[in-house]
Design a protein around this ligand. Structure first.
Ligand SMILES: Cc1cc2nc3c(=O)[nH]c(=O)nc-3n(C[C@H](O)[C@H](O)[C@H](O)COP(=O)(O)OP(=O)(O)OC[C@H]3O[C@@H](n4cnc5c(N)ncnc54)[C@H](O)[C@@H]3O)c2cc1C
Length: 328
């Protein structure tokens, strides 16, 4: 067995959890403007977060230049590697133990090197958000293979180069449903239908209709899914019109359920950090500090599914608050 000491990493001033736009930008700001020791922990094997699997229009408000998602992630990664920040990819933070009066918090981490702990004076939580998966949605009917969220679809198509199906049915009422349609079309997957599952407030309707006309798929509004069809694999959906009650069937071998974002709160759920009862995000003050001193939060963990550049700017802002807090 390894001696206890070797299971601990060197203590740091700031531990940042999550290497997306918010976490990366906070690290860059801390590295450029302070002598604080900073460690960044990222579960994936590469830095960048969600943008890694996205396409266009990244970096407008924070970098003042437009990049592809991957280009944006690579640029931040490259800049960070040139700083003194200790980067730990492939490293998942399993839990945090807030300071019990000793002056530091503890993080439990796991990586291919094993399970270890790290002590830090401050923690920045920048773990982002995710779409509600199929298991948490009321989808009546069978539970076959071939049901995905946009996040898993984008990762499959863009990062792994896997074609998830031939004809997709996309369900959603937010902007991301269109992003999903574009990803599928670019990958060569036909769209069977875009089903707007409620009033469709966040979906740019004109654009949706335009795409529907151009690529010849119906945009169906006011529909209720009455059944997912298919035994082993999705074969289609049975829908009922909310107004007329009329039912119809649409065919496809892939169902993508989009939107309905949730903050990624698994690290804070078991702690005393106060959460908003509706959104479940940690409650933060003007300094972006949670209810536990010196534990901060930024990015889409605190404001679900905002654009990446706003999260990056927030990362820079929280870094200034962290620096200020640790001065004392
Ligand atoms: C499916 C999807 C598609 C999106 N598409 C766009 C888009 O096209 N354009 C746009 O502007 N915005 C898009 N967004 C919004 C997007 O979340 C933001 O653009 C931006 O990526 C948020 O930055 P972030 O740093 O807060 O979180 P993220 O980019 O989500 O980064 C969080 C990081 O934390 C890591 N992490 C989480 N938990 C742990 C842990 N316990 N230990 C270690 N690491 C951990 C994750 O692996 C991830 O890399 C999308 C969001 C989703 C969910």
């Amino acid at each position: 067995m390894m001696p206890e000491q070797s299971l601990r990493l060197r203590p740091v001033d700031v531990a940042v959890v999550g290497g997306g736009p918010a976490g990366l930008s906070a690290c860059l700001e801390l590295a450029g403007s302070s002598s604080l020791t900073v460690s960044l922990f990222e579960a994936a094997d590469e830095l960048g977060g969600i943008p890694r699997s996205c396409r266009l229009f990244f970096g407008m408000r924070d970098l003042k230049r437009i990049h592809t998602g991957k280009g944006y992630a690579d640029l931040l990664n490259c800049r960070l590697r040139a700083t003194s920040v200790a980067v730990h990819t492939d490293t998942t933070v399993l839990g945090i133990e807030p300071d019990a009066g000793e002056g530091f918090h503890r993080l439990r981490i796991v990586s291919p090197k094993g399970c270890r702990t790290v002590e830090s004076r401050a923690i920045l939580l920048a773990t982002g958000c995710f779409e509600r998966p199929r298991e948490n949605r009321c989808l009546p009917g069978t539970r076959p293979a071939g049901i995905q969220t946009t996040g898993s679809l984008q990762e499959m198509v863009r990062l792994q180069g896997v074609l998830p199906g031939k004809r997709a049915l996309v369900v959603g009422s937010e902007y991301i449903a269109l992003s999903c349609v574009l990803t599928l079309l670019k990958a060569g997957v036909a769209i069977g239908a875009l089903i707007v599952n409620d009033a469709g407030t966040g979906l740019p309707k004109l654009l949706a209709r335009g795409l529907g006309t151009l690529y010849r798929f119906p945009v169906l509004k006011n529909q209720r899914i009455t059944s997912v069809l298919g035994r082993r694999r999705v074969e289609g959906l049975e829908l009922a019109d909310r107004v007329s009650g009329e039912s119809r069937r649409v065919d496809g071998d892939l169902l993508v359920v989009t939107g309905e974002f949730r903050p990624y709160t698994i690290l804070i759920d078991p702690t005393t950090i106060r959460q908003d009862p509706v959104t479940l995000s940690p409650i933060i003050d003007e300094q972006m500090m949670t209810s536990v001193p010196n534990i901060f939060a930024a990015g889409n963990l605190v404001g679900q599914a905002r654009m990446h550049d706003l999260c990056a700017l927030e990362g820079r802002r929280v870094a200034k608050h962290i620096r200020q807090a640790l001065k004392g």
